[in-house]
Structures are given as structure tokens and as C-alpha cells.
Design a protein around this ligand. Structure first.
Ligand code: APR
Length: 250
């Protein structure tokens, strides 16, 4: 009887999580009032429900991306690696200058969330899901790889990437930026990559770092490369002062 009670309580908790996750998805989606959010939720769920949470391939999210495609925003696309807080603190105030994946509908709705399904169930679970590196084909990791690839596919004109000058390897081959996004920059669409290395007080890297040489070598021939060391305080100043022109931030 104890086991039955535990099972029922656990079942109810997981159900509640499900509806809470669905409401989070819908309310995040509705802020964009441009899409049929209930339909998107249905398409999203199809990617992972009733599946082993370690067997959700990247392509499972293709229908979702097709239902809410990324609009090309030439000269405004912003990529980043290990600079999440700085970059989003900036782009949330200067939407006139740059757009990150997490400023788009799908990116903003799912940023920071964990979800997975389970074989034999149509529910969405938010606990007991595999961690980012626990298995390769987990629902969260596959979503971010699929979305990042699609976001990089539509990048055009001058694109920007904010990298971190306070770590050993600002351009890390295992990052999504290096492994998924850079390889998809296409010279027929992308003219130039402007790297911004965010410099904090105790920086250990800058534009001269050897890993950035690998970045220039990974770029499609025909894409110009530029790099600037920019202090975190200057980025914050540009975020706080809308009168500074986007092109004059750094
Ligand atoms: N555990 C959990 N989440 C992770 C992990 C991990 N080990 N690694 C990456 N992520 C997810 C998190 O959501 C994290 O905020 O990817 C995000 C970015 O990770 P970083 O290592 O900082 O950077 P990178 O892997 O280069 O990805 C950033 O991908 O999200 C897109 O367009 C975006 O250009 C950006 C790039």
C-alpha cells in the first residue's frame, strides 16, 4: 500500500510539472503574438514525448523550427560563447543593435528550461531528465543544437560573436558556437565575422589568443574576420545609453 501511495503522489507531482511546463511554454510564446502557440506546443512535444530521453536526435526538432522559422536579420545576428549574462544583459536593452538566439521566440521560450519524455507516456517531465552531457541525444541538447544550426543558417551580412576573455580557450572546439554555428556560416550570405572579446578585470585572453587563429581557419573562404577587445563596462555602457549608435558601441 505504501508503494501505491508513493507511486500515486509521484504521478501527481509529475502531472503538475507537465501542466506548469506547458503554461510556461505558452505564456513565453504568447509574448510574441505572432504564432499559433497551441499548435507550436503540439509540434514541440512531438519531438520528445513517448521517447527514450537519450534517443531524441537533433532532427526531431526540424518540424518545430519549420513551424517557427528564424527570420534573417542581416547585420544584427549575435552569437556568443561563455558570455551568456553579458550578452543577454546587452541585447535585452539594445534590440535595435543585435539579436541572439535567446531573443527569438523559440530561444526565449526554452532558455533555461529542462524537459524530457518517457517511453509509454505522452507527458512532459521536468525532473529526472538526462543532464546536458549525460547522453548525446537528450531532448534539451538536441533542441539547442538544432536551433543553433538553423539560427546560423540564416545569419547574413556582418555577424558578431561575443567571446570570453576570462577563460583559457575563448574559442573552444567543443562549444556550440565552434562546433555547430561557425561551420554553417556561408560566404554567400555572411560577409564578415566581428569577434568581440569581453575583457574583465582579470582577463587572461584577448584577440591575440591562439584559439582565435583556429576560428579564422574554420571560417568559409570569403568571410572577412575582425576582432576587438572590449571591456565589460563599455558593453554595459552601450546597453544603458540608447543614444550611442550601434556601430559606435565598440
Ligand atoms: N550543461 C547545460 N547546458 C549547457 C551546457 C552544459 N554543459 N553546455 C552548453 N549548455 C547550454 C546552456 O543553455 C548554455 O547557456 O548552451 C548554452 C551556451 O553554452 P556556452 O558553453 O556558454 O556556449 P556555446 O556552447 O558556444 O553556445 C552558445 O549557441 O545558444 C547558441 O546562438 C547561441 O551563439 C550561441 C551559442
Amino acid at each position: 500500500i505504501v508503494i501505491v501511495i508513493i507511486a500515486v503522489v509521484l504521478g501527481l507531482t509529475l502531472r503538475q510539472n507537465k501542466s506548469e511546463f506547458e503554461s510556461t511554454f505558452l505564456s513565453g510564446c504568447e509574448k510574441f503574438n505572432q504564432y499559433d502557440c497551441k499548435k507550436l506546443w503540439g509540434v514541440f512535444q512531438q519531438a520528445y514525448v513517448d521517447k527514450d530521453p537519450c534517443k531524441v536526435p537533433v532532427e526531431a526538432y526540424d518540424p518545430l523550427i519549420a513551424a517557427a522559422p528564424f527570420k534573417p536579420q542581416c547585420n544584427k545576428t549575435m552569437f556568443w560563447s561563455k558570455t551568456k549574462d553579458v550578452v543577454h544583459g546587452f541585447t535585452e536593452k539594445r534590440k535595435d543593435c543585435f539579436v541572439t538566439l535567446e531573443d527569438t521566440l523559440l530561444g526565449s521560450v526554452l532558455d533555461g528550461l529542462t524537459w524530457c519524455g518517457k517511453e509509454g507516456s505522452n507527458d512532459t517531465f521536468t525532473s529526472g531528465c538526462p543532464g546536458w552531457s549525460e547522453c548525446e541525444n537528450n531532448p534539451v541538447r538536441s533542441f539547442w543544437i538544432c536551433a543553433s544550426a538553423a539560427f546560423a543558417d540564416v545569419a547574413c551580412g556582418d555577424v558578431t560573436a561575443m567571446l570570453n576573455g576570462s577563460i583559457n580557450t575563448p574559442f573552444n572546439p567543443t562549444s556550440i558556437f565552434a562546433s555547430v554555428e561557425v561551420p554553417r556560416f556561408n560566404a554567400s550570405r555572411v560577409k564578415k565575422l566581428n569577434v568581440v572579446v569581453v575583457i574583465q578585470k582579470n582577463n587572461i585572453s584577448n584577440c591575440n589568443h591562439s584559439s582565435l587563429k583556429n576560428l579564422t581557419q574554420a571560417l568559409d573562404t570569403g568571410i572577412t574576420y575582425g576582432c576587438k577587445d572590449v571591456s565589460e563596462s563599455r558593453i554595459q555602457e552601450c546597453g544603458a545609453k540608447p543614444e550611442i549608435a550601434c556601430g559606435a558601441c565598440w
